[in-house]
Design a protein around this ligand. Structure first.
Ligand code: ATP
Ligand code: FE
Length: 356
């Protein structure tokens, strides 16, 4: 029976219908453009845009799947972490449908959904059996996680200041590239020399696998005094972009080496998730790292790396399946309130008690 999922935790409004076997019957994503003039996501604008877009998106997704609402077996929605206004809009839409259709409503942790995307059939060549090592690099997160089972996530380390995507966005802004910055930095970097500009690699070689990007961002800012920024020759801007991207990749690879040592069991797979995983240079370095450590490498297709509803549906399906295997009922989270913060460590609970 197919599951419909809604994603509205940040600035993408998305809906998808996925079968319990992992077949995607329909998926729609709308990226909000209302934030561009502000150079970042404005929470209030995001919430209102979700509210405006979601009803038609849900209807279009059902149409694309050629399905009637009563054919859905369950409704899921991202309920955190994220921007509370958008989360409330998506969760209430999902709850309303679940009540009307008399189906269970499943609250999905957005980060867990990113973490489990690699297990969607067809994404990882080996299906990403547990345990695997996950690198989550997105606009709001930068973490290494040991994924040991459904509900069992051990955070090995994470950023102590900016997320990787945040650093890309800030550097893009300094280079006058607009928002969102990641893709623009990557494109400009193609014309640049990654060794042209000397930039620091914070925490490189340090114990553990925490990340830090704020020193790198400051170093880029120092190369770009305000009076220079508007009149920067293209080649120089490209060299900065390429050198920055190289520095980020060096940091990630170094931290990942430590994360690998911190796994209790050898991982079956190296998995990357989150919007920054769209970066071609980083992806190539990760592939190289995986090969050097004799690990299969799994990177979801780009549309499943950034925020999407397919991953939300899949996380709900995995949760239902895991709970059934433990003799627990399918959760019904109709009373759960969306949470701006929802640590992965709290997901273990879902596998031991009834969430009702
Ligand atoms: P989170 O999932 O942590 O709540 P988010 O939803 O904002 O955050 P994503 O949609 O997963 O994050 O990713 C968006 C981020 O990815 C942005 O910071 C963007 O700049 C970055 N990004 C996208 N494409 C690229 C790229 N090609 N290179 C580098 N960064 C990129
Ligand atoms: Fe996300």
């Amino acid at each position: 029976t197919p599951v419909m999922a809604i994603e509205s935790s940040c600035d993408d409004t998305a809906c998808a219908i996925v079968t319990t076997g992992g077949q995607i019957l329909a998926e729609t994503t709308l990226s909000q453009s209302g934030h561009v003039p502000f150079g970042g996501v404005v929470p209030e604008i995001a919430a209102r845009a979700h509210l405006g877009a979601l009803p038609a998106l849900v209807r279009d997704t059902l149409r694309a799947a050629d399905m009637q609402p009563h054919e859905l077996g369950a409704i899921a929605a991202s309920c955190g972490p994220g921007l509370i206004g958008g989360l409330i809009v998506g969760a209430d839409m999902g709850k309303g449908m679940a009540i009307a259709l008399d189906r269970p409503f499943i609250a999905v942790n957005h980060i867990e959904a990113h973490a489990l995307t690699a297990r969607l059939p067809g994404v990882a060549s080996n299906g990403a059996p547990f345990p695997y090592l996950l690198l989550l690099v997105s606009g709001g997160h930068c973490q290494c996680i040991a994924v040991e089972g459904i509900g069992h996530y051990r955070r090995l380390g994470g950023t102590i200041d900016d997320a990787a995507g945040e650093a890309f966005d800030k550097v893009a802004k300094m280079l006058g590239l607009g928002w969102p910055g990641g893709p623009a930095v990557e494109q400009l970097a193609r014309e640049g020399d990654p060794h042209a500009v000397l930039l620091p690699r914070p925490l490189l070689g340090r114990a553990g696998c925490d990340f830090s990007f704020s020193g790198l961002k400051t170093a880029v800012a120092q190369k770009l005094p305000a009076e220079v920024r508007t009149a920067l020759p293209r080649q120089q801007a490209a060299d900065i972009a390429a050198s920055f991207q190289q520095a980020v990749s060096d940091i990630v690879i170094d931290r990942l080496g430590h994360a690998l040592d911190m796994m209790e069991q050898r991982p079956t797979t190296l998995v990357v998730a989150g919007g920054v995983a769209a970066n071609g240079v980083l992806r190539a370095r990760l592939q190289e790292f995986a090969t050097a450590h004799d690990l299969p490498f799994a990177a979801p297709p780009l549309r499943l790396c950034t925020d999407n509803a397919v991953m939300v549906a899949w996380a709900a399906i995995e949760t239902m399946r895991a709970r059934t295997a433990l003799g627990l009922p399918i959760p019904n989270d109709i009373a759960m309130r969306p949470r701006p913060r929802w640590p992965l460590s709290e997901m273990t609970q879902r596998m031991t008690v009834d969430a009702d």
